[in-house]
Design a protein around this ligand. Structure first.
Ligand code: PRP
Ligand code: ZN
Length: 300
């Protein structure tokens, strides 16, 4: 059994929009998890990897301070931490590895529905309530706008009603929070999604090997995301046309069909979803016996 220091620790959002997806993603990498009684840790049963369930805003610092080796967190949180550290003259001790294709949202400035918005000028000499002071300050500076960020740790959307700010700058996902509060988006500062970050602290060889393995599996899980395995029969003469119609597939496998010299079987992995239109086009090009299957795992 490994000592606690030899186990990989991954920081994951405790409760929120990234939680279920993050855990699901790691489970699809083959990790079998059990939750501790206090719900703060998920222990890896089949690999020395544990998840720490924490507030998302704390994840960059936990990874930066080397308490955790990896973290799964929104790019919005990562960028905010990076900028606020930069603005304080310190350097982030983590690196961003890759985007995870879930948790999509954006950081936007929103105005009360009744307010007139005529571009950046409308922001001059106003107060903007936000939890993202770093990102907002960066946007204001880059656009030469003289406005004052007002820090709110939560419930940013009520600031205009309270008379504490003219605008807000907050995350928008479905847009229902803005709508419920009579606000409309006027500027988008950042498009965000979940990302993996890794500590810059050097890891032991064993730990680094395990981190590499889990990152490779994550990449594999992401790659199959929309991938489909397609099988069909085609006249030899239509081979070129049919290959051109297969969406996002490299070198398909072409096999002879027993007792039929004019036709071949084609198997291909398509790196994109295969829609009905594609199948109809393939059929029109001469394909028959079309079959589309989901891909579960892929290793390059
Ligand atoms: C964000 C944001 C809004 C809400 C917007 O909070 O502060 O309250 O989501 O989402 P909607 O457009 O789908 O209504 P989040 O749930 O990320 O919590 P946090 O910022 O406190 O982590
Ligand atoms: Zn948060």
């Amino acid at each position: 059994m490994e000592t606690p220091e030899q186990r990989i620790k991954v920081a994951v959002q405790k409760t929120g929009r990234l939680t279920d997806h993050s855990i699901d993603l790691l489970e699809r990498c083959g990790l079998v998890l059990t939750k501790s009684k206090d719900q703060l840790i998920c222990y890896g049963e089949n690999m020395p990897i544990d998840l720490l369930l924490v507030r998302d805003d704390d994840i960059p610092a936990l990874v930066g301070d080397d308490v955790c080796d990896l973290g799964i967190v929104g790019l919005n949180v990562v960028e905010e931490k990076r900028l606020s550290m930069e603005q304080n003259g310190s350097k982030g001790q983590f690196k961003q590895i890759f985007e995870l294709e879930f948790g999509h949202c954006r950081l936007s400035i929103a105005a009360p529905d009744e307010a007139r918005y005529e571009g950046h000028n409308s922001l001059e000499k106003t107060k903007i309530a936000t939890s993202y002071v770093g990102l907002l300050t960066d946007f204001l500076t880059k656009n030469n706008i003289d406005a004052e960020p007002v820090y709110f740790s939560g419930a940013v959307e009520i600031a205009p009603k309270l008379g504490r700010a003219d605008f807000i700058c907050d995350l928008v996902s479905t847009g229902s929070t803005l709508k419920a509060n009579g606000l409309s988006e006027v500027e988008t500062l950042l498009q965000s999604e979940a990302v993996v970050i890794q500590t810059l602290a050097p890891l032991s060889d064993e730990k680094q090997a395990l981190v590499d393995k889990i990152l490779q599996r994550l990449a594999g899980v992401l790659r199959v995301h929309d991938s489909k395995y397609i099988m069909l029969h085609a006249p030899r003469s239509a081979l070129a046309d049919i290959r051109a119609l297969l969406p996002g597939s490299e070198a398909p496998t072409v096999m002879p069909l027993e007792g039929n010299d004019d036709k071949v079987a084609i198997h291909a992995v398509c790196r994109e979803n295969v829609f009905w239109e594609t199948l109809e086009n393939l059929k029109a090009a001469g394909a028959s016996s079309l079959l589309v299957l989901p891909v579960e795992k892929m290793l390059a």
